[in-house]
Design a binder for this molecule. Structure first.
Ligand code: SF4
Length: 103
């Protein structure tokens, strides 16, 4: 829910209905989007905590498909925007060294 409650959900409504109601990330927005000037070590810790929620989430596959299809920013379904960018689901301004190398 945190990840899916981002601003982008307002512009890219999920066609899958109410899968967000089952999201394990409800109320954990701070784990799924980086604060300003986040350092790489803090990002790694934050994303590891987010990933632990995702692996136990009943809507993992739908969430991943949504994030890839809509080129979402942030951490969705165990993937960072850098992971998605490197896998070809590009975003215009990704964070992360690997993603910038693929820009
Ligand atoms: S897979 Fe992760 S980001 Fe997606 S809805 Fe579930 S907990 Fe949230």
């Amino acid at each position: 829910m945190a990840a899916v409650q981002s601003l982008s959900i307002l512009t890219n409504p999920a066609p899958e209905g109410n899968w967000m109601d089952e999201a394990k990330c409800k109320g954990h927005t701070n784990l799924f989007f980086p604060p300003r000037a986040e350092r790489p070590q803090a990002r790694a810790r934050r994303e590891a905590r987010a990933r632990r929620l995702c692996v136990a989430c009943p809507v993992f596959d739908t969430c991943r498909d949504h994030a890839r299809a809509h080129h979402e920013y942030g951490f969705w379904a165990g993937e960072s925007e850098e992971d998605r960018h490197v896998a070809g689901f590009t975003v215009s301004a990704p964070i992360g060294v690997r993603a910038r190398a693929h820009a």
